[in-house]
Design a protein around this ligand. Structure first.
Ligand code: SF4
Length: 309
């Protein structure tokens, strides 16, 4: 489908406001990257301005250049810098300065490093928790080529949520994702997280890249069998003409249907589903906070989060 006009439900407010400017300054002062900026996330304004609370930001670790080149992703490929050994502490300091109580950490893939960056990622989790153990830390991790000892480095750092995105259905892994990624490899990472840790696990799918409903259904089956707790659905948006074309702008009603299917038929703890939902945009943070911090039951937390929206 050529780059036809986006439907109205995909229109977002541009980022603005004092809070937005403050956060941007803190990040620049500490030479930190965020997925929010690197991936031109449409929700940046809302997340950073913290409409209902201290706000959230997704820190992107290990530079702004990735060793892979997924066809849906706007992050630059190749030419990675060496790791900044100050980054873990800089992130912990920035979190304190911004006043976040829920932090999302993610990273580019670093297939070029001996441990693919797993040690650096774990060190950042520990730096945040040492600074303030009450901060909830969600980690959106690479697949580390499915190497269990590298995934274990993240698990042992004891974050509250470990997410790894399967991105799309099995048939479309290529050409949507880099050839080094894969359906079974991503499932093996999610299985390990559920087998070896008691933190929440989470994954995300983009819709609108050519998937069929029965394939999404099969993916939910496989994810549930892997023990995944939280799943999100969002609309794929083409970053540039050189990226994968959008196959379909999925209607919000369809997203609502997938939310109901995920929770009522597959019993996922929580499903955030909507055209503008991204893997770390109001997609479960509130749910996890509600359950972990306020001790709500799953049903109470779902109801509370939905009441907010
Ligand atoms: S692994 Fe793929 S999705 Fe992740 S940052 Fe690299 S190119 Fe983007």
């Amino acid at each position: 489908m050529s780059r036809s006009r986006k439907p109205d439900w995909l229109k977002m407010r541009p980022p603005s406001g004092e809070r937005f400017t403050d956060i941007k300054q803190t990040l620049r002062d500490r030479n930190l990257n965020t997925v929010c900026e690197e991936a031109n996330c449409p929700n940046l304004g809302e997340c950073w301005s913290g409409r209902d609370g201290p706000g959230t930001a997704t820190f992107m670790l290990m530079g702004d250049r990735c060793s892979r080149g997924c066809n849906f992703c706007d992050v630059e490929t190749g030419g990675m810098d060496s790791l900044d050994s100050d980054e873990p502490q800089q992130v912990a300091d920035a979190v304190a300065e911004i006043g976040l109580d829920y932090v999302v950490l993610t990273s580019v893939d670093r297939d070029d490093l001996p441990d693919q960056g797993a040690g650096h990622f774990a060190e950042t989790i520990r730096a945040i928790k040492e600074r303030d153990p009450s901060i909830l830390v969600e980690c959106l991790i690479p697949d580390f080529q499915g190497e269990p000892e590298l995934v274990r480095k993240i698990i042992d750092a004891d974050p509250d949520v470990i997410a790894h995105n399967i991105e799309t259905v099995d048939r479309l892994q290529w050409p949507v994702r880099d050839r080094r990624a894969g359906y079974e490899q991503s499932l093996s990472v999610l299985r390990q997280v559920n087998r070896e840790s008691d933190c929440y696990s989470k994954t995300s799918l983009m819709l609108g890249v050519g998937e069929y409903a029965h394939e999404v259904y099969q993916t939910l089956t496989d994810l549930r069998q892997a023990g995944v707790d939280v799943v999100t659905f969002g609309q794929y948006l083409q970053p540039s003409r050189s990226h994968l074309e959008v196959s379909e702008y999925v209607h919000p009603d369809a997203f609502d249907t997938w939310q109901r299917v995920a929770e009522e038929e597959f019993d996922f703890l929580y499903c955030a589903s909507g055209p503008m939902v991204r893997s770390s945009y109001r997609a479960g943070e509130l749910f996890v906070e509600s359950v972990m911090r306020e001790g709500r039951t799953v049903d109470e937390a779902r109801a509370e989060v939905r009441a907010d929206n």
